[in-house]
Design a protein around this ligand. Structure first.
Ligand code: HEM
Ligand SMILES: *[C@@H]1O[C@H](CO)[C@@H](O)[C@H](O)[C@H]1NC(C)=O
Ligand SMILES: *[C@@H]1O[C@H](CO)[C@@H](O)[C@H](O)[C@H]1NC(C)=O
Ligand SMILES: *[C@@H]1O[C@H](CO)[C@@H](O)[C@H](O)[C@H]1NC(C)=O
Length: 498
């Protein structure tokens, strides 16, 4: 009896030791390098600090998850979110190093959960050389050349028609309206010869595929929407698959993105296969809309609350129209590039405050130590007069938090104030360490010019031809993606003074 008893105690003891050891290892992960891990906590076993990561926080601040830890641990800290050991950086210099060393120390490294949502064939999140192909393959559609040649006219007409329609219909939700209008002109650009009913079904599905429903990880409606999201995603993918198959059989040529993808698939050295080609069409249909609508709505909000900004915009756009030879013509590329200086400042300022992207993810390929310019495998950071040295172990996720930089009072004076004039004469480049709205390094957003152009044309029509007033201000939270818990409603009427 006592032997059995002792044996049982021994086994229980061993299990307890094993579990404690595991728990200890969970909160104190190993680090092989000479440096040490950045400070921070790893949270509960398995789920880590994921629940805290998804806690809603206010619009006008750094997401609280990041802010809390930044204040406690400094600009670089460790955590475990979305099932991955992660180091989060809020330091502009470290961010820049991370982007510069892509393909040497870091690779695209989105946590596994993203593949569940965006598809396992999505090259965007795993293929190191993807960006190079992506840029080439999308130039006709959303690159400067394509925008200049065809897209600008398509956008201009779509926006003009939508405004005409809305002027006779009372107030509307800006974000939803931009969703509709981008989907209406982009869907045929992606796949042009769908039957009308198939196309409208596809547009409906794509409208459901959004991140705007994420209230809280505990809310039932979040899970309901997730199910709807996945169902719509499945249906949209099926339509795209069918279209690809039919096009392949018929071998007819169309000037759409599906055609571009088919040509790409026939190349010997293509990195795409049928699955990843479809995933890319899907990704583009998602980001073109999701990328532009929230930011346009917030730009309209900022403008409507700042009469001085509105007056300056009106001045700039009236001058453009007065200088136009053909009064019926829409916005031209030259006008967008050369005559919208202030508008571009407004767009930059809106992007800075909006912070659509809470975190940009990479994965450490080998142990990376954080240091200055020369030894790329080591990064030192200089904080409060002290050089610190940390290691990011191989396989860990590294995430950059752009909001921390955009709201840094040392970089942007009065960071929470909407002040387009702060951009005046600033010689900054996209993806610089102080402005990361579109990311940085080689993976800079390929839709950046598209998003800017769409916003510029929207602002052009709104301030030139219409009087508008705010009917309902929006309420936006970060969970940590932007959520419009209340939409921005405006009222427009044709302006009498032309
Ligand atoms: C204001 C709107 C937008 C913002 C703030 C934004 C932001 C970003 C950011 C931060 C990245 C970098 C992701 C990373 O480094 O992991 C990115 C990448 C990307 N964006 Fe955007 N984006 C916007 C609009 C768009 C639009 C309209 C499109 C499509 C037309 C688009 C397509 C893409 C694609 C395809 C990538 C992946 C690039 C690559 O991995 O090579 N984005 N975007
Ligand atoms: C627009 O830019 C062009 C080229 O810089 C310039 O010649 C023209 O005067 C500008 N028009 C207005 C209205 O500012
Ligand atoms: C807006 O920001 C981009 C990227 O930093 C910069 O290249 C551009 O000059 C800025 N535009 C204005 C008008 O300040
Ligand atoms: C909306 O527009 C109508 C007519 O243009 C106007 O009578 C009404 O007061 C406006 N509402 C708001 C809240 O501005």
């Amino acid at each position: 009896m006592t032997i059995l008893w002792n044996l049982a105690m021994l086994i229980i003891g061993l299990v307890v030791i094993k579990i404690s050891h595991w728990l200890y290892r969970w909160s104190n992960p190993k680090c092989n390098g000479i440096g040490k891990l950045p400070p921070g906590t790893m949270g509960f076993p398995i789920i880590g600090e994921t629940i805290d990561f998804f806690k809603p926080s206010g619009f006008n601040d750094i997401p609280s998850f990041v802010k809390k830890r930044m204040l406690r641990y400094g600009p670089l800290f460790r955590t475990n979110i979305l099932g991955s050991k992660t180091v989060i950086s809020t330091d502009p210099d470290v961010n820049l190093q991370i982007f510069r060393q892509e393909n040497t120390c870091f690779e695209p490294g989105y946590p596994d959960i993203f593949f569940k949502v965006f598809g396992k064939d999505n090259l965007f999140m795993k293929e190191v050389t993807f960006h190079k192909y992506l840029q080439k393959i999308t130039t006709e559609l959303i690159g400067s050349e394509g925008l200049k040649r065809t897209m600008i006219g398509v956008m201009d007409r779509a926006i003009r028609d939508h405004f005409l329609l809305k002027a006779s219909q009372g107030s509307f939700d800006v974000r939803k309206e931009v969703d509709n209008l981008v989907l209406a002109y982009m869907t045929p650009k992606l796949i042009s010869n769908l039957k009308p009913e198939t196309q409208s079904k596809l547009v409906d599905n794509l409208n459901d595929i959004t991140l705007h429903w994420f209230q809280s990880i505990f809310s039932l409606s979040t899970w309901k929407f997730l199910i709807k999201f996945l169902k719509s995603r499945g249906e949209a993918i099926q339509v795209m698959k069918d279209a690809l198959k039919r096009r392949k059989e018929s071998r007819e040529k169309q000037g759409d993105f599906l055609n571009t993808m088919l040509e790409e698939l026939e190349k010997e050295d293509s990195i795409f296969d049928q699955g990843s080609a479809i995933e890319l069409i899907f990704l583009l249909s998602f980001v073109t809309r999701e990328g532009t609508s929230g930011c346009t709505a917030l730009a309209v909000k900022f403008i409507s609350k700042n009469p001085k900004v509105l007056a300056e915009l009106k001045r700039e756009h009236k001058a453009i129209v007065e200088n136009r030879k053909d009064k019926e013509a829409g916005v031209s590329w030259e006008e967008y590039r050369h005559n919208m200086t202030f508008t571009n400042m407004v767009i930059n300022e809106s992007l800075r405050l909006t912070n659509t992207t809470p975190l940009l993810f990479r994965k450490a390929v080998s142990d990376v130590e954080i240091k200055g310019k020369y030894y790329y495998k080591v990064i030192y950071i200089y904080i409060k007069g002290k050089w610190l040295r940390y290691t990011i172990p191989a396989g860990w996720i590294v995430a950059v938090a752009p909001a921390a930089v955009h709201y840094d009072p040392e970089i942007y004076e009065n960071p929470f104030e909407f002040n387009p004039w702060r951009w005046k004469g600033k010689e900054m480049v996209w993806g610089s360490k102080t402005f990361m709205a579109f990311g940085g390094g080689v993976r800079l957003c390929v839709g950046a010019e598209f998003a800017r152009l769409q916003m510029a044309i929207f602002i052009h029509h709104l301030v030139t031809y219409y009087d508008f007033s705010l009917v309902q201000d929006c309420e936006v939270t970060r969970t940590p993606f932007l959520q419009f818990t209340k939409g921005l409603l405006i009222n427009i009427s044709k302006s009498c003074t032309k």
